[in-house]
Design a protein around this ligand. Sequence first.
Ligand code: 13P
Length: 254
Amino acid sequence: MRKKIVIANWKMNKGLSEGLQLVDEIASDSSIRSNDVLKVIAPSFVHLASVADKLKNANGFAASAQNCHHVKNGAYTGEVSAEMIASAGAKYVIIGHSERRQYFNENNELLAQKVNVALANNLVPVFCIGENLTERNANQHLEVVTRQMKESLYHLLPADFSKVIIAYEPVWAIGTGVTATVHQAQGMHNHIRSEINKKYGKEVSSATSILYGGSCNPQNARELFACIDVDGGLIGGASLNAEDFIAVIKSFGS
Ligand code: 13P
């Protein structure tokens, strides 16, 4: 049985007190506190230690960074290393989000280095892949995500690849209100799992968690999470208020 996982990616939202209040509201909700879903919250770097501290005794919760720098340490003013993230108490780090690829020119080669420093610091990489609308319309979406995995992850030995969580986020669905259909999501997740199977074999591929992200909300999460190869969600907008985020967490079938 693969783990069910829901991750809140707050992106560049929430001040400190507002964010901590939201964490309190989510972590104290009795209907999700002891369910079997791993709940991860990814605030901004400056609030990471405070959020991680609040979650450290909350069963089934963990904190994540939204990014990390690709080298170990050094003269990189303004940057944040994987080691710093781990020392702040986070256990996860989102790597390769499409907003990082698009606005900060992060490419597959650089992202491979980020994956390496994350793993070297015992952080779980939540590795984001996904095609843009032009690629989808040109029917290139399958090869795009295959290339993203190949160039950023396939250098890993099976034991390290097994630690990675994959998040499929079609760029055209992020923040647009347009969600992938169940058919599109399951089709892609199945493709991703079969590619992992080709490279790492059945044991690894069947144990890899593959999350869906892109306008996932309380209205559509249930049907998305019911797909056989969808193991949970990476949630943006709907993670910014407790009611919606809790409803998404409760969207797994029994
Ligand atoms: P939205 O849920 O706002 O579409 O964002 C998805 C996302 O980018 C999560 O990382």
